[in-house]
Design a binder for this molecule. Structure first.
Ligand SMILES: Cc1ncc(COP(=O)(O)O)c(C=O)c1O
Length: 381
């Protein structure tokens, strides 16, 4: 189905932060497969892990015990707020699972809380529940009727939040950094207020860290910067560094309703995915990994701010860690295409933003190269 439109570029090989075409043309990858390739392309340790697992076992289904799945779940719980994990294959599935956690919790308690608060500009995926949650006509046009039970309110708006909380509020679902919406971080103050409101009013906090998570912000999960803890969290993208994998994390308390038979997935937590995921987590957990992400992202940030000072074309630079956005005057897709012509890959996002989501293993030399191309391209403009 032509849902992705025409595509004019094809890669046949990837290594570290670079992608190569059949003819050997080299591109610096600051798109990162839309914030997915956390460890770049074909990381030797991941290749080795996948090769090894591919010779042992590919798939058994969740009818059978899976030791690695249990170990991976434990490792994720040890590093986060969570006590329970449900593995999925994608971000949207992790969101679906989280929404079922919320519904099942209030159903178990027999309390009539039927509304989930979501935010303007949010993106949670392409399933019906995600379309219904984000209420963005760009994605949902032609797919009505949507599901009821979502209240979509302005992002980073304390008054709107307080005004819309009531007895029927079951949960608040928010991306700590809006990705597709235009690389907009929720302020730390706003996240703290949300947590406070949730505590006070017996509301579940569900964070969508599909894009902002797994080291991208310089912490394992972006909400850690605000020193808050959610009840439920959706993770995907970077967790598999290119292997399809996601997970819904939750506390024991919040996931009480998810008893036997309440949810399932044929592939979720499959041996290949789990093997890769465990290795990604192991690498990201290395002593200096996240510290380096923080250092390099500050270096990129400083260089982007310098560019902003030099070009009126750049209206804003924003984001967190290695999820950064450049808001431009002229059309972002046009500029992203120009960057592509100059061998730098980026991804357009909402609000006329050019998104940079390089692998978390980028070095100064890659940042310097990207800034050089950005500088030349803005000069051409
Ligand atoms: C914040 C967020 N949530 C959910 C999703 C959906 O993930 P997937 O495309 O893996 O279903 C995305 C994808 O871009 C996302 O950025």
């Amino acid at each position: 189905m032509p849902t992705y439109g025409e595509r004019d570029l094809m890669f046949t090989r990837g290594k570290d932060c670079y992608l190569f075409t059949q003819s050997g043309k080299k591109y610096l990858d600051f798109a990162g497969g839309i914030a997915v390739n956390s460890l770049g392309h074909c990381h030797p340790k991941l290749v080795n892990t996948l090769n090894k697992q591919s010779k042992l076992l590919w798939h058994t289904s969740n009818l059978y015990k899976n030791k690695n799945q249990e170990l991976f779940a434990k490792e994720l719980c040890n590093k986060t707020f969570a006590d329970k994990v449900f593995f999925t294959n994608s971000g949207a599935e992790a969101i679906e699972c989280g929404l079922k956690v919320i519904k099942s919790y209030w159903n178990l308690k027999n309390i009539n809380k039927k509304n989930i608060i979501t935010f303007k500009g949010a993106f949670h995926g392409r399933t019906f529940a995600a379309l219904s949650a984000q209420k963005n006509p760009k994605y949902s046009e032609g797919f009505t009727p949507l599901l009821s039970g979502f209240k979509n309110i302005p992002f980073n708006d304390e008054k709107a939040l307080l005004k819309n909380i009531d007895k029927e509020t079951a949960a608040i679902l928010i991306e700590p950094v809006q990705g597709e919406g235009g690389i907009k971080p929720a302020s730390i103050k706003f996240l703290k207020l949300i947590k406070e409101v949730c505590k006070k009013n017996n509301i579940l906090l569900f964070l969508d860290e599909v894009q902002s998570g797994f080291g991208r912000s310089g912490k394992l999960y972006a909400h850690e910067w605000a020193q808050i803890k959610p009840d439920i969290l959706a993770t995907a993208k970077g967790i598999g560094s290119g292997f399809p994998l996601g997970a819904c994390l939750a506390t024991s308390q919040a996931s009480q309703g998810m008893t036997q038979g309440k949810h399932g997935s044929t592939y979720g937590g499959n041996p290949l995915a789990v093997a890769v995921g465990r290795e990604v987590l192991k690498i990201i957990s290395n002593k200096n990994f996240l510290k380096n992400v923080d250092i390099i992202s500050r270096y990129l940030w400083k260089n982007l701010k310098n560019l902003q000072n030099n070009y009126d074309e750049i209206l804003d630079v924003r984001g967190a860690g290695l999820l950064l956005g450049i808001k431009t005057k002229q059309n972002n897709v046009m500029i992203s295409n120009k960057l592509k012509k100059n061998n730098l890959l980026t991804v357009p996002a909402g609000d006329n933003v050019i998104r940079l989501a390089p692998p978390l293993i980028v070095k100064r030399k890659h940042v310097d190269e990207a800034i050089h191309i950005l500088n030349n391209t803005f000069r051409e403009l």
